[in-house]
Design a protein around this ligand. Structure first.
Ligand code: SAH
Length: 349
């Protein structure tokens, strides 16, 4: 494993250096405080109970730390360019019923409900979903159905919950798909080709003629330059965030995994709003996220395979843009739009 430069804009951390005499005492106190906070987070999000008991992919958001600051960090609303592109693309394809398969705390879903779409949202993480559910309740948002489901078992889980295929669009945004390993073992059972399996599940949830909108970071750039492009149209945060990045490589030197260790300085007003008590940890929280990089060409090949389009068919209904623009150099994100063929078996499961 090699340690590389951060892939996010970085602001140097300024943790005050504890006086040597106090440091042990401080450590013990901090550990106790962390444990208390973890308990508090657990209870504040415990009102969500899982609707399914089938095997699940590892939930990277399970300790609730990222969930507790997600929206304060990324901003409650998307930038106009993101919002306008997404709404325009959905409308252009005649979409009304939309399934957000990586809703997280619900930023995109809420935005689409406001724009008049009928939304069903799901996610793996009960902590992220708890925030979405709490917002739905607090803002009394109608026409927003929120479920828990893992992409690898998506169709059977949703079906059990009474959510049937036939959506006009499926969206999977926020670099979420890169969280999924291609192979994993759950309860002693090994699941291979999870990427194909998940995309195939997204496709099954669409009506013929429906579209999948799915994004990933520009990993071609990240792996080549060992940092991310400086722009970011996704997140509007100006929080001091230090991201320590490590790249795992296989024997051939190819990057197999990118691990991000976030240290965020949480502004005081956010601490107050979210009722955090971080004084003794110097206003900082930390969490880790792991990504499995997708490259532009191989990701498009994957989409073509699953959606049954020849690799060299130039007329196939697949589009890709960078940062929601037709022509852009070194975008931070690629966003793919692929249409499910109309000639498909109409009720395919
Ligand atoms: N789209 C949201 C959330 C991004 S965070 C936004 O942009 O704000 C990534 C989300 O993907 C997390 O909420 C995580 O729980 C979800 N996720 C990761 N793996 C998943 C899986 N296998 N099935 C369903 N959701 C998954």
């Amino acid at each position: 494993m090699r340690r590389m430069a951060p892939i996010h804009d970085q602001v140097a951390s300024n943790i005050p250096v504890a006086n040597q005499k106090e440091s042990n005492f401080l450590k013990v106190k901090q550990a106790a405080q962390e444990a208390r906070k973890a308990e508090a987070r657990k209870s504040s999000y415990s009102n969500y109970s899982s609707s399914s008991n089938i095997a699940k992919t590892e939930d990277q958001y399970s300790n609730g730390v990222a969930a507790s600051v997600w929206e304060a960090y990324i901003g409650e609303n998307r930038e106009n360019r993101y919002r306008n592109w997404l709404i325009h693309t959905l409308r252009k394809h005649g979409a009304k019923r939309v399934l957000d398969v990586a809703c997280g705390t619900g930023v995109d879903s809420r935005m689409l409900v406001d724009a008049g779409f009928s939304m069903t949202s799901c996610d793996l993480s009960d902590k992220m979903l708890a925030v979405a559910k709490e917002t739905k309740q607090r803002k009394n948002i109608k026409d927003w159905d929120i479920r828990q489901a893992d992409w690898v078992f998506l169709t059977e889980t949703l079906e059990k919950d009474g959510v049937l295929p036939g959506f006009d669009a499926v969206i999977c945004m926020g670099n979420s798909f890169a969280h999924l390993p291609n192979e994993m073992t759950i309860d002693g059972v090994t699941y291979k080709n999870c990427h194909e399996r998940a995309i195939s599940n997204f496709r099954k949830m669409l009506r013929p003629g429906g579209i999948l909108i799915i994004d990933h970071r520009n990993f071609d750039y990240i792996v080549k330059h060992q940092k991310s492009p400086s722009k970011n149209v996704y997140y509007q945060s100006s929080w001091p965030t230090d991201v320590d990045t490590t790249f795992d490589r296989n024997g051939d030197g190819a990057v197999t995994k990118i691990k991000l260790h976030y240290t965020m300085t949480v502004p005081l007003e956010v601490q107050r709003k979210t009722k955090m008590d971080l004084d003794e940890s110097h206003n900082k929280i930390t969490f880790d996220l792991t990504y499995f990089p997708h490259y532009l060409s191989t990701f498009e090949q994957l989409l073509r395979r699953v959606f049954n389009y020849e690799q060299d068919d130039e007329t196939a209904p697949l589009q890709v843009c960078g940062d929601f623009q037709a022509e852009v150099v070194d975008p931070a994100y690629f966003i793919h739009v692929v249409t499910k063929e109309r000639t498909a078996e109409t009720c395919e499961r």
